[in-house]
Design a protein around this ligand. Structure first.
Ligand SMILES: C[S@@+](CC[C@H](N)C(=O)[O-])C[C@H]1O[C@@H](n2cnc3c(N)ncnc32)[C@H](O)[C@@H]1O
Length: 340
């Protein structure tokens, strides 16, 4: 972080201002090591490797930390050369491409593939994650003057209330212990008139959905895999996906069913979905197979539930529908219009 980023942060416990304690180690205008102190409650938070830390590094999201350090660049457009994250970011948020002068908050940044896109809008972007994935996000985006990466918890975010023009949270809510409360913790950080975009895995409670669950291999094996040490599970997934890869290529050719079958066999098959090179398809498959088996929490939601969240949060101009990651939702905090 940089000293000028201090104004973006707030004590997650009492909402007081934070100040930099004397003796911080600086590198090229950035704070590499130091401590933030709350002027109100006197709590202290370390800055380690340029990242302010508001939570202990060992927490339920440790598997994600491991995953994103192993796959720090796998899903970056600047790595694959294919605009997958760019397309999703702008289609899901529906925000303009030029957001200079605005402040944007990203919750659950993971390796930071969307941070890369958000930063390109010119907005000041604060990207937060609970896990050590922040290290990966910082390595790719942390040198940009308009990016601040912090390690914090969605339930008690270390940023100001009533402050951001835009807030997005992709791929996160279903992986928190209480998704509704996690969602409810977001809008208060928006200015009146600020815009929110989230997505969440979908749950289908219809007869078709219940039949579909019978084929949901992921949910049959998760009771075992979610308890495994991430290193061990990753070794297993890596060997399994690599071993199955030639078979999956053949299965994929089965008309209509091929891709579906591969996912049932726990191979995250993006062939034909994204125009990625063969080696990138394999990397994505290893990453996403691990990603479906390892999270401690995985709570898909129905469309109706997500609509209720937006209504209870008092948001306006709400759109909730099936889309990226299952269900997408957008809304606006009541108040005068800000930005695009
Ligand atoms: C599936 S990853 C999605 C990462 C990124 N948004 C993406 O789509 O590439 C979910 C992320 O949510 C983070 N996460 C889980 N619980 C969280 C919490 N309580 N507060 C903040 N982040 C959390 C995890 O650490 C993980 O990096």
């Amino acid at each position: 972080m940089r000293p000028e980023h201090l104004e973006l942060l707030a004590c997650p416990e009492c909402r007081g201002d934070l100040q930099l304690s004397p003796g911080a180690a600086m590198v090229e205008g950035r704070i590499e090591r130091g401590e933030l102190a709350c002027v109100r409650c006197a709590r202290r938070y370390p800055i380690q490797r340029f990242i302010p830390r508001f939570v202990p590094s060992e927490n339920y999201a440790a598997g994600f930390g491991f995953e994103w350090l192993q796959h720090a660049r796998t899903q970056y457009d600047s790595y694959t050369g294919v605009p997958v994250s760019e397309k999703r970011f702008f289609e899901e948020t529906r925000w303009p491409r030029d957001l200079r002068g605005e402040r944007m908050l990203e919750v659950g940044c993971g390796s930071g593939r969307f941070t890369e896109q958000a930063a390109r809008t010119g907005a000041m972007v604060v990207s937060i994650d609970y896990s050590v994935a922040v290290e990966a996000c910082h390595a790719s985006n942390g040198r940009l003057p308009n990016v601040l990466v912090a390690q914090g918890d969605i339930y008690r975010l270390p940023v100001r209330f009533d402050f951001f023009d835009k807030l997005y949270c992709f791929g996160v809510l279903q992986h928190t212990p209480q998704p509704e409360q996690a969602f409810m913790a977001l809008p208060r950080h928006l200015k009146p008139g600020g815009r929110l975009a989230v997505d969440v895995y979908k749950r289908n409670d219809s007869l078709r959905g219940h039949i579909g669950k019978l084929f949901g291999t992921k949910y049959f094996v998760r009771p075992l895999t979610r308890r495994m040490a991430p290193e061990r599970l990753y070794r297993w997934v890596n060997a399994y996906v690599r071993g199955m890869w030639p078979v999956a290529r053949v299965i994929h050719r089965i008309p209509r069913l091929g891709r579906w079958l591969n996912w049932r066999l726990l191979i995250a098959d993006y062939r034909g979905v994204y125009p990625l090179k063969e080696e990138h398809l394999l990397e994505w498959a290893i990453l996403d197979t691990f990603d479906m088996l390892s999270p401690r929490y995985d709570y898909p939601q129905t469309l109706e539930t997500v609509r209720q969240w937006f209504a209870r949060a008092g948001l306006e101009e709400v759109e909730v529908h099936y889309g990226y990651n299952g269900i997408e939702g957008r809304g606006r905090r009541p108040g005068p219009s800000v930005g695009g």
